[in-house]
Design a protein around this ligand. Structure first.
Ligand code: HEC
Ligand code: HEC
Length: 272
């Protein structure tokens, strides 16, 4: 329950949520299961100590109406979107190491069940991950689950399927504008050596003296992602420069190869 992020929710939005839960949703009879946590984690008062040390400052505004794009994006990402709960690295107490953009650790990438979660610090025009994405690329990814170069995978699939694909275009644009304003880590903007890509493409195209990995790629992946690794816009994700391929941990990539990737069908981009 990402309540440190929810401290940011404006008072009038919180009232709207209350009204929705109390009057807009039909009640059901439901008894929550007893917690299976062992002592001392089963003790709720223990959270007092965690809150003392790690909780984010409580600073909700009265209203978030009429904010300019980047500020509205900041409000949505840091509060209701709680994007940092997966995209910000966690510390020793499992706390997020930053809760807003005043720290360069904020949204700098994390790890979730062994699957690495990419950085969302996107300022720039060319570089790894979303640094090389345009504002529209981010809007498409969040609203449709796919864009010119990528398709959602892992835990991000349910974020898009159940939340982001229901957002308005103007909120998605505000989020994208905010992410494009965050300065990325130096490594993410380092230019890729062009010659390495050219050599790989030339070797795969010639098809001689291939290593086992290269041969397996051509036989099993090349038909869709191509020898260039560029794929096809909105259909086959680009593997060259993709966060999942560049990540230090191979778990996401291995899982995708073994179990497949299933981009959700969204109302902005239907799939049957
Ligand atoms: C439940 C955890 C979780 C939450 C919450 C979450 N994400 Fe993600 N996100 C992921 C994972 C995991 C990936 C990597 C997906 C992959 O490997 O294909 C990802 C990928 C992304 C990417 C693609 C980046 C790239 O380089 O390929 C964007 C953009 C993104 N998330 C934006 C957001 C935004 C904006 C929010 C908040 C509204 C958010 N995410 C909340 C887990 C999460
Ligand atoms: C028949 C076409 C096809 C083949 C063959 C194929 N892929 Fe894909 N791949 C896709 C599609 C389409 C997606 C997007 C997910 C979706 O829409 O279901 C995808 C997604 C991915 C992703 C996730 C990208 C991300 O950003 O999360 C990776 C990684 C990937 N493929 C790697 C591979 C590898 C490695 C192989 C060979 C072992 C391979 N693919 C073979 C079509 C293909």
């Amino acid at each position: 329950m990402p309540y440190p992020s929810y401290h940011k929710i404006a008072d009038d939005d919180m009232h709207a949520l209350y009204a929705y839960f109390m009057h807009g949703v039909t009640p059901v009879s439901y008894k929550p299961e007893e917690t299976a946590l062992s002592f001392p984690f089963s003790q709720r008062w223990g959270m007092m100590f965690w809150n003392l040390v790690f909780d984010a400052p409580s600073n909700s505004p009265k209203s978030a109406v009429g904010l300019a794009d980047i500020q509205r994006g900041e409000y949505l990402v840091e509060g209701l979107g709680h994007c940092g709960s997966c995209h910000t690295p966690r510390g020793l107490g499992m706390q997020e190491t930053a809760y807003d953009s005043s720290s360069s650790a904020y949204l700098s990438g994390g790890e979730l069940n062994g699957w690495s979660v990419p950085s969302l610090r996107g300022k720039g025009t060319s570089g790894a991950g979303i640094v090389g994405w345009s504002q529209q690329d981010i809007v498409d990814y969040l609203g449709k689950g796919r864009n010119r170069v990528a398709a959602v995978g892992g835990e991000m699939t349910s974020v898009v399927e159940h939340s982001m694909s229901y957002m308005t275009d103007s909120d998605l644009n505000a989020i994208a504008a905010y992410l494009k304003s965050l300065q990325p880590a130096a490594a993410a903007v380092a230019p890729k050596p062009a010659s390495a890509a050219e050599q790989t493409i030339a070797k795969l195209t010639a098809g001689k003296d291939l290593s086992l990995g290269e041969r397996l790629y051509i036989d099993n992946c090349g038909a869709c992602h191509f020898v260039t690794g560029k794929g096809g816009p909105m259909v086959f994700p680009e593997l060259d420069g993709a966060s999942i391929a560049l990540s230090k941990s191979p778990t996401g990539l291995i899982h995708t190869i073994l179990a497949g990737a299933a981009t959700p069908s969204t109302h902005a981009h239907r799939r049957f």
